[in-house]
Design a protein. Structure first.
Ligand code: FES
Ligand SMILES: [Fe+2]
Length: 344
């Protein structure tokens, strides 16, 4: 193994919160407590669909959210979303042509627009410039005018957005990110060194050496917070790329399936960063490739959490440990599952 070569800004020394091995710090009960706090945060009924620029003006794109089939499209640049079933005889509107900003039903040509028709009505949407959101008003949840948005860096930025499905609940996605201790062990291709340097009720901060290329690593302090029950954000607090964020959103598709939508919004005060702007499209692909690589591992982690919670037969000793340690994660996820399957 080649020795690590640190590049970029040097960070001042900082104590770790614990010298215990990672597996001992990754206490399921501790993660479950953090998860419970995260899941208690309101969402305002908002769900991330995908990168906003992946929804176009020519055809309606289909989405599944909370078991409901939806379509999203754009009219004069503005984002629209509505149920995916035509109010006439129920044809699917996924992939329907958009003409003059209206959906044209593929079966009999009914044109559907912002005024709606019968029970078919457009849904509230929000376009934050990076991500497209839709609001579904759920019983027991207070709706808000806008989604909870974490603070993002001002331009110049380089942006990448990935979306992938996993067989798990949204709570499993948040739980994965609330366990930084797996980073070096499970993603050795991306992280060379990682230790927790600060932890409180509302955040956890790690000092992480991120692999740029082979033995070349960049060390930063990265803070994880959960602004809403379906989002966890990593912000680079100190070091190269200070102010950059990675927002991980978990959108429930249907029971047992979740879409992970992750936006990386990178910034830097280095003068050369501005010069990279003409290469935005190329660099976007690079950013997304790195994120996709991590989520190959992490989707497996989330699916394993879901499996352990729902399917694995337990011995009596495991059941007792599970009740002590995993109870919070299980309960949180079960609660999440109940909420998602409640009738609209
Ligand atoms: S089913 Fe859509 S117009 Fe008839
Ligand atoms: Fe991970």
């Amino acid at each position: 193994m080649l020795p690590l070569v640190f590049i970029g800004r040097a960070l001042p020394p900082r104590e770790s919160t614990s010298s215990r091995p990672d597996w001992a710090q990754a206490d399921p009960a501790r993660i479950a407590r953090m998860l419970q706090r995260a899941l208690a945060r309101p969402t305002g009924g908002w769900y991330v669909l995908d990168a906003t620029d992946r929804i176009g003006e020519r055809r309606a794109r289909g989405f599944l959210v909370e078991g409901l089939r939806l379509v999203a499209w754009r009219r004069d640049g503005q984002l629209w979303a509505a149920p995916a079933s035509c109010p006439h005889m129920g044809a699917s509107l996924e992939g329907a042509c958009v003409q003059g900003g209206r959906l044209v039903c593929p079966w009999h040509g009914l044109r559907l627009g912002p005024e709606g028709r019968g029970n078919w009505k457009p849904l509230p949407t929000h376009d934050d410039g990076v991500l497209a959101w839709v609001r579904l008003d759920q019983p027991g949840e207070v709706s808000s005018d806008r989604p909870v948005l974490p603070s993002r860096p001002a331009s110049p930025t380089l942006i990448g957005v990935i979306r992938r499905d996993a067989r798990c609940a949204p709570a499993d996605v948040i739980a994965n990110r609330l366990d930084p201790w797996h980073g070096v062990h499970f993603h050795p291709h991306s992280f060379a060194r990682l230790r927790v340097v600060d932890e409180a009720d509302d955040h956890i901060t790690v000092r992480v050496a991120y692999r740029a290329l082979g033995p070349l690593v960049v060390e930063v302090d990265a803070r994880f917070e959960t602004p809403s029950a379906r989002c966890i954000v990593m912000t680079i607090e100190r070091g190269e790329g200070e102010g950059s964020v990675v927002e991980t959103h978990a959108t429930p598709l249907e029971p047992g399936r979740t879409a992970i939508v992750e936006a990386t919004i990178a910034t830097s005060d280095r003068p050369g960063f501005r010069l990279l702007q003409p290469l935005r499209a190329l660099l976007r692909r690079f950013i997304e490739k790195r994120a996709e690589r991590l989520w190959i591992d992490d989707a497996a982690y989330c699916e394993r959490l879901a499996y352990l919670r729902t399917a694995r037969p337990k011995s009596s000793a495991e059941a007792s440990h599970s009740q002590d340690a995993h109870h919070g994660i299980g309960r949180a996820a079960d609660h999440d599952e109940r909420e998602r399957t409640a009738p609209a």
